[in-house]
Write a protein that binds this ligand. Structure first.
Ligand code: MSP
Length: 644
């Protein structure tokens, strides 16, 4: 069966997530949701890159162990993914034993091919890139071309990988697989780079301690990029006894293996990674999709420049969907785009509050006022159905090509058609002249409402929570749509419709910008504060804010399509509530029912895989992978007891 495996880069844990990281993750989420929506079998991987000199240094600067730093940053990523409804199937950390096993297996295969040798390594090194540059890649001042920071001359005895041997096979692969690097212009860059000649690559480090020991070379750790790139297969179980996912999603004739990355890490993905895989006789990725940079004040947004954009305030004020939409609409995939608060507000008001929000509320209000619910028949042959046919074809083609702004344009065109149709048909006049029973009125409003529904289906990969609200407004299940929902004519007939609040209330941009100046983004000049203060002790009052209670599990069932999530109903003495817990890989439902647990009772609700969770069950995170082990509460402690 054809499968679709999509990955983000794994993120360094010496920085907190910012717009650049969120962008790649949202892109991958949008693509995976789209592929599922058109009926494909998908798997979505993301994770963190936790080894190497930069992490070692950042942890030392904060007075913590590298793994402790990683744990904290990983938690921020997980929180962010919950906020943005990222539906990743797995999250790999390079400090996990399964990853180390896979890296060792990959290295064993490369060694068996005779592609390693030991030699002295000298060159210009950028510690931010963790990469060496040749003289010709640097300017007279020897500044790193990515970070514009001084490189240093380094010299050590290293293990080398025979990258030069793969120049010809790589060029042949590019020629036979023009889809290997997209957009096309980026492939040309890669070809030019390889044609310029490939030096062998040093793949071990003796000056760095924090890494995977290089097998057979005591005192050396694996070069962080060889370690990191391997994540794409180690997470699938490569090198582990259970390699089902590896066989299904990577090493399979009909498996599509797609990496989404930023242009700064193209060389690693399009040259080194396929060369390692060729040497190990494993299939290369199908496509490396490369996006541009988010800029602010014409500079790449990054911690080192000190102009980071973190979306916290925007999300608090406008919701995660507005930010997802902005990212996908404002950037033409492949090119750079600029972030500004003003640009965000223009998109918010014009596209979301006006075009989308008004169309939905107008059509819904007309249905509610006319029939108290949805129309009594389905209109199957009219201009909106035709407009949908065209929009759907354009949307599908654009989505397949990662032209997200064009896919959104196609949906907006459909919304404009619906609006134009409503204005031209004047249903309020039909109602006045012919009454609410008029067949013509039912037809006009059913075409309009169905037009809005299919638009919401096509928007669901981008703004999932908004689409669910639209479905609810039109008396449908508020869930992520399935392939059949992409067909015309699924609106329920004669069904009461609930009152619904505006999807995107209009923002007064002038007031917002003057009142919030500086708070939507970090200041442009001062460098970002260290991610986590060295002293992170809290006052007793802080702890008292967390309401911990004992509870008894009454119902436990796995969340469909999730390996990790379990839906629990717990008894808190005076109430019963639903909590979703990431414990399904460790516990079976029957081990949970009747068990006493500790829960955080005053946590804001969140949705996990579309299921609402009202609290959190406490568990110890055991081992490097943080496997959850539930805290035990003696059976005679009544549910609802305070834990302090
Ligand atoms: N750890 C490596 C990737 C290893 S993948 C085997 C890494 N991590 S990173 O955290 O620095 O960057 C991760 C991704 O974020 C990259 O794709 C990078 O392009 C992206 N972005 C970081 N800043 C960015 C912008 N300002 N704009 C868009 N994306 C950029 O590299």
């Amino acid at each position: 069966m054809k499968t679709f495996y999509a990955t983000t880069p794994i993120y360094y844990v010496n920085d907190l997530p910012h717009i650049g990281h969120i962008y790649t993750t949202v892109v991958t989420d949008v693509v995976t949701r789209f592929r599922r929506l058109i009926g494909e079998k998908t798997r979505f991987l993301t994770g963190t890159d936790e080894h190497g000199q930069n992490i070692e240094k950042a942890a030392a600067a904060q007075g913590v162990a590298p793994l402790a730093l990683a744990d904290r940053v990983v938690e921020r990523y997980r929180e962010l993914y919950r906020t943005f409804e990222i539906q990743n199937d797995d999250f790999i950390r390079t400090t996990e034993p399964r990853h180390r096993r896979g890296v060792e297996a990959l290295i064993a295969r490369i060694a068996a091919a005779g592609d390693f040798y030991t030699a002295k390594h000298e060159g210009w090194y950028c510690s931010s890139c963790e990469a060496f540059y040749t003289e010709k890649e640097l300017d007279a001042e020897k500044l790193c071309p990515v970070h514009a920071r001084p490189t240093t001359w380094e010299s050590e005895e290293n293990v080398f990988f025979r990258l030069s041997k793969y120049a010809a096979p790589l060029l042949e692969h590019y020629a036979n697989h023009p889809e290997f690097v997209r957009p096309e212009s980026r492939l040309a860059e890669v070809v030019a780079f390889v044609k310029g000649g490939l030096n062998d690559l040093s793949v071990s480090r003796s000056k760095v301690q924090w890494g995977i020991p290089f097998p057979g070379h005591p005192g050396h750790v694996v070069y962080v990029w060889l370690d990191a790139l391997a994540n794409y297969i180690t997470a699938l179980g490569f090198g582990s006894p259970d390699d089902r996912y590896y066989r299904e999603f990577w090493d399979h004739a009909e498996a599509r293996r797609v990496h989404f990355i930023g242009k700064d890490i193209l060389r690693f993905h399009a040259v080194y990674w396929p060369a390692f895989l060729m040497s190990a006789r494993l299939p290369p990725p199908t496509t490396v999709w490369t996006h541009g940079w988010w800029l602010r004040d014409a500079k790449k947004v990054s911690k080192s420049v000190g102009n980071v954009v973190r979306p916290d305030q925007l999300v608090a004020d406008f919701g995660p969907d507005a930010f997802r939409y902005f990212l996908m609409r404002e950037m033409s995939f492949g090119q750079d785009a600029s972030f500004s608060d003003e640009a965000f507000l223009v998109r918010y008001n014009a596209d979301l509050a006006n075009d989308l929000g008004n169309t939905v509320s107008r059509v819904a209000a007309l249905c509610r006022q006319s029939f108290g619910g949805t129309p009594r028949e389905l209109c199957t042959d009219n201009e909106i159905m035709q407009a949908f046919g065209e929009a759907e074809a354009d949307w599908r083609a654009a989505m397949t090509e990662c032209q997200f702004h064009r896919a959104l344009d196609a949906v907006w065109k459909l919304l404009t058609s619906v609006n134009g149709y409503v204005v031209a048909k004047e249903p309020w006049k039909i109602r006045k002249q012919e009454g609410a029973d008029s067949a013509r009125l039912h037809r006009v409003l059913s075409a309009s409402a169905e037009g809005v529904r299919v638009a919401a289906v096509m928007l669901s990969p981008f703004i999932p929570s908004t689409s669910r609200k639209v479905f609810e407004t039109f008396a449908l299940d508020p869930k992520d749509p399935v392939p059949a929902d992409l067909a015309w004519g699924r609106l329920p007939v004669s069904t009461p419709m609930p009152e619904a609040p505006a999807l995107f209330p209009r923002a007064d941009a002038a007031v917002y910008l003057s009142g919030k100046e500086g708070s939507m983004t970090d200041s442009a000049t001062p460098p970002a504060a260290p991610p986590v203060p060295a002293d992170d002790r809290i006052a007793i009052e802080d702890f008292q804010k967390v309401r911990l209670r004992t509870a008894k599990v009454v119902v436990a069932e796995r969340v469909p399509k999730s390996n990790k999530l379990m839906r629990l109903e717990v008894d808190l003495g005076d109430e019963r509530r639903q909590i979703v817990a990431g414990i399904a890989a460790q516990y079976a439902p029957e081990q949970l029912v009747g068990r006493n647990v500790v829960v955080v009772a005053n946590l804001r609700p969140a949705k996990l895989m579309g299921v609402e969770s009202n609290g959190m069950v406490l568990a110890a995170a055991v081992g490097e992978a943080g496997a959850p082990v539930l805290l035990d509460v003696p059976a005679d402690v009544p549910p609802g007891s305070k834990v302090k």
